[in-house]
Design a protein around this ligand. Structure first.
Ligand code: GMT
Length: 379
């Protein structure tokens, strides 16, 4: 199949999923065309089956805000025609789904089906800004296929948007061959020279991730045992986290790594992963840690309980309850054998449902289903 994939190329779960999906599909023989304003950040593997098409953002002086959704729609149509795409697959509804709708309309009478994958804030954001609701609802209803990355997100979308159409749940996935336990003593020693346990967090440091809670949880843990915290990623709350680290006098115990490629190499060194978010429709970073045999202490919000089994491969706590989170963290870290066992169970559970080898065929089957339905409608 020839598939056009659009996503946000920057640091963020939806872009990561879209990029990994494109690379996995290409490895299975499909031709992938990424269409966005910049190459996706995790696009490490380019070959003759993966192309990137840049959407140029107009800087015409009349525009205070460049009309990206329109330029994207035109680019989608151009690529669809020049590369004879079978379908467009857009990740994150706003505005990608609307652009795909426009591209499909412009392509008529030729069929250019589009599938929208919902990731989370594209749905939950409208709770805060109702002005997005009508257009998001419209683009979801108009899509030839819609997938959500968790049952939680599907349910929330149906209820919040009063949508009657079917939504397929295809969960996030991880490459289980790449994401696995490969300890690197040199890397561990760099962060924890005296063999201290390593806590880790990876995100885009947006307010929803509660980075300062990560630091507070670590501070409570550090009151009881010697430990180190490794923070991967960057974003608006980094400065607040750095300030808090200094305030708690933890500068020697906390490492800020910034944005990193090949995060599996880092995750595989952790003894515990923290994800105390206010909301996660899935929690991809938690799954990536689990595949690396790292138990996770996370908030019991959104789709996280679909990924982590409380008391089995990690612990769940109410959001913002840092004392509870710290107690669970100490429970795991103060009994290393139990922590290792939980980590091994985490990988087993991650493999059961979320390995790329099992999830990518679900996307392929869904593509075929959508294409067959479109062909039957227009026959
Ligand atoms: O919250 C983020 O990290 C960004 C956001 C995105 O769309 O880029 O993430 C959402 O999609 C991820 C991939 O499907 C999910 O793992 C995250 O849980 C989800 N974030 C939220 O729901 C807050």
């Amino acid at each position: 199949m020839k598939i056009g994939i659009t996503c946000y190329p920057t640091y963020g779960g939806s872009g990561v999923v879209a990029t990994e999906l494109g690379m996995e599909l290409a490895a299975r023989g499909h031709e992938i065309h990424f269409i966005s304003y910049a190459p996706p950040i995790r696009l490490t593997d380019t070959n003759d089956r993966i192309q990137f098409h840049e959407v140029e953002i107009s800087d015409y002086p009349l525009f205070d805000h460049a009309p990206y959704a329109l330029t994207l729609a035109v680019k989608m149509l151009e690529v669809a025609e020049s590369e004879t795409l079978d379908l467009l697959h857009v990740h994150y509804a706003i505005p990608h789904s609307v652009s795909a709708f426009l591209a499909r309309s412009m392509a008529a009478p030729k069929h250019l089906p589009f599938i929208t994958t919902l990731h989370g804030t594209d749905i939950t954001l409208v709770g805060n800004d109702r002005s997005f609701l009508p257009i998001t609802k419209f683009s979801i209803e108009q899509s030839d296929g819609v997938t959500a990355i968790s049952h939680y997100l599907k349910q929330r979308t149906l209820e919040e948007f009063d949508i009657k159409r079917p939504i397929e749940v295809i969960p996030n996935f991880v490459n289980c061959d790449l994401y696995c336990r490969k300890e690197n003593p040199a890397m561990r020693a760099e962060w924890a020279p005296d063999g201290e346990p390593i806590l880790m967090h990876l995100s885009n440091f947006r307010p929803v991730k509660r980075i300062t809670d990560v630091v507070e949880i670590f501070a409570l843990v550090r009151e009881k045992i010697r430990a180190k915290l490794v923070l991967i990623g960057d974003g608006p709350d980094r400065a607040a986290a750095e300030y808090l680290v200094r305030k708690r006098k933890l500068a020697r115990d906390v490492h800020f790594l910034g944005k990193q490629n090949r995060v599996y190499q880092h995750l595989a060194q952790a003894d515990l992963f923290l994800l105390p978010s206010d909301m996660e429709s899935f929690g991809l970073a938690a799954l990536e840690a689990m595949a690396c045999e790292v138990p996770v202490v996370a908030s019991n919000v959104g789709g996280i309980p679909e990924v982590i089994e409380h008391g089995i491969d990690g612990y769940l706590h109410p959001p913002r309850e840092i004392e509870t989170a710290a107690r669970y963290a100490l429970d795991i870290l103060s009994r290393p054998d139990r922590g290792r066992a939980m980590g091994q169970t985490a990988r087993i559970n991650a493999r059961k449902k979320y390995c790329a080898n099992d999830v990518i065929p679900q996307y392929e089957a869904y593509y075929r289903q959508v294409l067959d339905a479109v062909t039957a409608t227009h026959a």
